[in-house]
Design a protein around this ligand. Structure first.
Ligand code: GDP
Ligand code: MG
Length: 712
């Protein structure tokens, strides 16, 4: 609705309308449903005439052709005058139909006076594809859910939208309308009426009985409070002489009161439209200032006072809907800000890109530090992702490695005496349980690591029942030389080699699992820090290559430790070795003299000196085998402890976890500083699309922030 009458400007609620103005000028108006006026009523009740009066522009009026689709007229205040027209397809429109409307496209004019609405309407009707006045309705539908939108902008316009909908009707006309049409139109009208941000003008002709008007009933259902329903009576000139008092009583609010009251209009009739000298204002004044209508309050008749009244109602509506609008704007603002955040900071220059990656690398390293120090309170991410709790995972896996080595490391079980068991806590745990040993405790976390890591093999219970003595006998037999009561040290080396067969697979499983732990940490941390799939993928690739090199180094170290232990000459400086050996000898003596011992009440077990003959009780060979067994046992224990420690400390801890060059330290600020320009661009550069997206989001945030300021 245009308000060109200066005396009416700003009389509704200027602050509200000014706020709407500001919302539009800051660009946020596009996202807000501005209040709209909808004109509803029966066919030919004068809806389009009322609209035309408000617009001061002729709309196609009923002359055989009633409105067959909704027309939405949107007014916008803008510095430039302009008119735009396009068709919005029905929500249920087929793709073909949408394409057809695309072809119609958008019609633009400089001003409302430049075009003939009647003519345009014919084109629109063709595009929408509904039956014309003389066409029959068997091939084309009569009504359509498409909406014709007409946008009128100019410095004089108020922000407002007006919708002219098809009139509802109760009887179908064969060849023109069907029963389905009745329901279709009614549903469409009801949908518009239900919108809480719309003011309804319920148009009823003055010469009918209002009590029977379905439209008033429907309006009452859609707006029970009645604060957005305005009654409009038309065609007072057609009221039977003598029946005027009934109409006057209605307008005065006596017959059927409405919260916002009744308004009466004298619209141009068919003849008036054809008359070039026609002056609507003059005609309405002449009409209503004559008896019996002159008893009516001036505010209740004529198009100008209706326009004024409407503006007041709209202001009230805006005020009520402002809370909603504010919530909408705030929600939009939150969503838009989150989207922008997800894109990360802008990075145009090399410095910006480097700074961005350096910050990311620093955050990554902080995460590594906290993860290794088990300082899990430092970052919320530790609660969200179990994979980041790296220290406890590594320690647990080290303990499992030690246990596996104690239980499954040796091929043959050593003979243990009761005393030896209790004195040696390491062997105490020996006993393989009933299950086979799985060398991997964790599943691979990334396909790229499959070839590097060892398979999840199983060691099954095989040789433990075989007698160790038998095995050593065989070994001795196969290797014996001309020694007298002694043995070749080579036997010890080969016995050791056989006894440690499982070490390789157990330690490979262990290192593979540690790599898995470390790699899941890297993957999880990157995914969370990057917040952008492309960036994450680029960084992952580059970190992965370097991490692979470092994983391989850990395996090389493991291989080195294994070679030293298994292929070298048995050797140790560890005093535990001799301690153990002495203990074994002690036990052998005690066992040997146990039979000749006398239990003395004062001294306990006593052996008579002459009983202690060193005469061999066993054969020479048995004696040698026993020696081999005892030495092998002592040496194996010492070597195993050394091996467990070396694998944990060197291959695992130094090369994978806490050392200075572990895979966890790949993504560091230094690493970023060494990247070439190309690499930097490849990782941190923004695609044009992201850049555009960022610009748009930033613009939206600015206008929404401005909108919040206006609304507060
Ligand atoms: P719509 O179908 O509800 O949009 O009704 P229109 O606005 O097209 O009006 C239907 C017919 O009634 C047209 O020929 C109008 O000229 C005529 N008409 C509307 N209002 C009045 C009025 O107040 N007086 C007279 N005499 N004719 C009117
Ligand atoms: Mg109409």
């Amino acid at each position: 609705m245009t308000i060109r009458d200066a005396s009416h400007r700003g009389m509704g609620d200027p602050s509200m309308l000014e706020k709407i103005d500001s919302l539009f000028s800051c660009g946020a108006g596009e996202r807000i449903n501005i209040p709209q006026i909808i004109v509803v009523g029966d066919q030919s009740s004068g809806k389009s005439s009322v609209l035309s009066g408000l617009l001061r522009k002729d709309l196609p009026r009923d002359s055989g052709l009633c409105t067959r689709f909704a027309t939405k007229i949107v007014f916008r205040r803008a510095t430039e005058v302009g008119v735009r027209m396009f068709i919005i397809p029905d929500d249920n429109a087929s793709p073909e139909h949408r394409a057809q409307l695309e072809v119609f496209g958008e019609v633009k004019y400089d001003s409302l006076d430049d075009f003939d609405l009647q003519e345009i309407m014919r084109d629109v009707q063709l595009a929408i594809g509904i039956a014309g006045p003389s066409e029959d309705n068997t091939t084309k539908p009569t009504f359509s859910g498409d909406v014709l939108q007409l946008e009128i902008s100019g410095p004089e316009e108020e922000h407002l939208s007006v919708i002219d909908v098809p009139g509802i009707f109760r009887d179908h006309t064969p060849g023109l309308t069907t029963r389905d049409d009745i329901k279709f139109v009614k549903d469409m009208v009801l949908k518009y009426m239900a919108n809480h941000r719309s003011v309804m003008l319920t148009v009823v002709t003055a010469n009918v009985d209002v009590a029977t008007q379905e439209i008033l009933q429907l309006a009452n259902e859609a707006d029970p409070d009645g604060h957005r329903t305005l009654g409009v009576l038309t065609k007072p000139d057609l009221v039977d002489p003598g029946a005027e008092n009934r109409v006057i009583a209605l307008v005065q609010g006596v017959a059927r009161p409405m919260k916002l009251g009744w308004h009466i209009l004298r619209n141009p009739g068919q003849l008036d439209i054809e008359n070039h000298a026609y002056d609507r204002r003059r005609q309405e004044q002449d009409f209503f200032l004559k008896s019996p209508w002159n008893c009516l309050d001036e505010d209740s008749w004529g198009i100008e006072s209706l326009r004024y009244r409407l503006k007041e109602v709209l202001s009230g509506l805006v005020r009520r809907s402002f809370i909603d609008v504010k919530t909408d704007v705030q929600r939009e603002l939150d969503v838009t800000e989150q989207k922008l955040m997800a894109l990360g900071p802008e990075r145009k220059s090399r410095t910006a890109k480097a700074a961005f990656l350096t910050e990311l690398a620093t955050k990554f390293q902080q995460l590594v530090d906290s993860g290794l120090a088990a300082n899990f309170g430092a970052n919320r991410l530790f609660e969200e992702h179990k994979a980041l709790k790296v220290a406890p995972a590594v320690i647990l896996r080290m303990e499992q490695f030690r246990n596996d080595m104690l239980q499954w490391g040796n091929m043959y079980m050593f003979e243990t005496t009761k005393d030896a068991q209790s004195s040696d806590h390491q062997t105490k745990a020996i006993g393989r349980g009933t299950k086979d040993l799985k060398v991997r405790k964790r599943a691979n976390c990334h396909d790229g690591l499959k070839d590097l890591l060892c398979a999840s093999d199983v060691i099954s219970r095989r040789d433990e029942d075989k007698s160790t003595t038998e095995w050593l006998h065989q070994l001795h037999k196969d290797n014996r030389g001309f020694e007298l009561g002694t043995f070749d040290p080579v036997i010890l080396a080969s016995a050791m080699k056989k006894q440690t067969t499982n070490w390789k697979v157990i330690s490979h499983g262990f290192i593979s699992d540690i790599i898995t732990i470390i790699h899941s940490f890297i993957g999880t941390a990157l995914a969370d820090l990057c917040q952008n799939d492309r960036l994450e993928a680029e960084l992952y690739n580059i970190v992965f290559d370097e991490a692979m090199t470092r994983y391989k180094r850990a395996f090389e170290q493991l291989k080195f430790i294994l070679t030293v232990e298994l292929d070298g000459t048995p050797m140790t400086q560890d005093p535990h070795f001799l301690d153990r050996l002495d203990k074994s000898h002690e036990h052998r003596y005690q066992e040997r003299f146990h039979e000749s011992a006398i239990d003395d009440t004062r001294y306990g077990l006593i052996v008579r000196l002459d009983e202690m003959s060193l005469k061999r009780s066993t054969s020479n060979e048995q004696h040698v085998i026993r020696d081999i067994h005892d030495i092998l046992h002592s040496y194996y224990d010492v070597a195993r402890t050394r091996f467990i420690d070396n694998v944990c400390k060197q291959a695992a801890d130094f090369f994978l976890v806490n050392g200075p060059d572990t895979p966890l330290r790949v993504l560091s600020p230094v690493f970023v500083s060494r990247l070439t320009d190309d690499k930097l661009e490849q990782i941190a550069g923004e695609e044009a699309q992201v850049r555009r997206q960022r610009e748009k989001l930033q613009k939206d945030i600015n206008s929404l922030t401005e909108a919040m300021r206006i609304l507060s």
